[in-house]
Design a protein around this ligand. Structure first.
Ligand code: SF4
Length: 299
């Protein structure tokens, strides 16, 4: 990722579209001050337009220590929201320890309460010990969603750092998999459902490169490396394809996200039951996390 965006910052002689300062990013062409203002304003507008949360609530931010969740914590705090951070330590060698260290620094420096839960403590082993013949991301995703919901019950919403690129990738991946139900779950805010803490995505209309530029301009001291498992994922391939298409057809990522939102607004309420094993909400009698836990335990 770093290599992808370095040219945007350091080899550009473009002027800010709002003042006579040098732009630090090309699309939109903005200087440092206007970039920061743009990120804060777009976040506020998304929260207000979709009624995502209120300043009377404490917002639980699903934080990994990566640029998106750190930027989200900082932006929400600076625009006046009370935030707590909830992190999941999956147990990924040479990766997660660094991002959790960075997250600890950010939260301590800004007096943001941080709670860390781990796969090892909850499921008996780290992700790296669970994935023998499995795809790391499919195990990671199921257990991470499960833990976030389980440990965020005292909050009214969980905010995630998903950006425009993440959402465009999700829409295309779900289309490629013929996954109708998942496509219908493209939401800025997931609907209320028994046992599920609604999830909000205040960065849904901000491109990844804008968040990346914001993190650099704010001087966040982060370990910008990606998870070592990411290259095994379909998402990484979809991301590369979409970046190429966006370059050739600007606005295509936003169009994909808008298409996903259009489909999701037509969806009627999904019905959940309580998992017979753990009691967490589920679409089946036994939830996906308990099924996977049994498979991994039996393996
Ligand atoms: Fe988990 Fe895959 Fe993301 Fe790594 S890339 S953190 S394994 S979902």
């Amino acid at each position: 990722m770093l290599t992808l965006y370095i040219p945007l910052f350091f080899f550009m002689h473009m002027q800010c579209s709002l003042c006579d300062k040098k732009a630090v990013i090309s699309t939109p062409a903005l200087c440092k001050v206007h970039l920061i203002e743009y990120v804060h304003t777009t976040t506020k507008e998304t929260i207000e337009k979709y009624d995502l949360c209120s300043k009377e609530q404490t917002i639980c931010v699903a934080a990994s220590g990566g640029k998106d969740s750190v930027a989200l914590l900082v932006v929400l705090k600076e625009i006046g929201y009370d935030v707590h951070a909830l992190a999941v330590d999956e147990g990924i060698e040479g990766y997660r320890a660094y991002s959790l260290r960075d997250l600890g620094r950010v939260t301590i420096g800004r007096s943001i309460p941080l709670h860390i839960v781990s796969f090892k403590k909850e499921f008996g082993k780290p992700l790296d010990a669970m994935i023998a013949n499995r795809h790391p991301c499919s195990v990671c995703g199921v257990f991470r969603r499960y833990l976030l919901n389980k440990y965020a019950k005292e909050y009214e919403v969980i905010a995630t750092g998903h950006n425009l690129d993440d959402e465009a990738q999700a829409v295309l991946m779900n289309l490629m998999k013929g996954s109708k139900d998942l496509l219908e779950r493209t939401h800025v805010k997931t609907p209320k459902a028994d046992g599920f803490v609604p999830r909000i995505k205040p960065f849904m209309f901000l491109p990844e490169k804008v968040i990346f530029a914001y993190a650099i301009m704010r001087g966040f001291d982060l370990h910008y490396a990606e998870c070592p498992h990411v290259y095994q994922s379909l998402r990484a391939q979809v991301r590369d394809v979409l970046n190429r298409y966006e370059y050739e057809y600007p606005g295509m990522k936003l169009s994909l996200v808008q298409a996903g939102l259009h489909v999701s607004t037509k969806k009627t309420t999904t019905h959940f039951v309580s998992c017979m094993t753990c009691g967490e909400p589920s679409m089946q009698v036994i939830c996906r996390a308990c099924t996977l836990r049994k498979e991994i335990g039996d393996a």
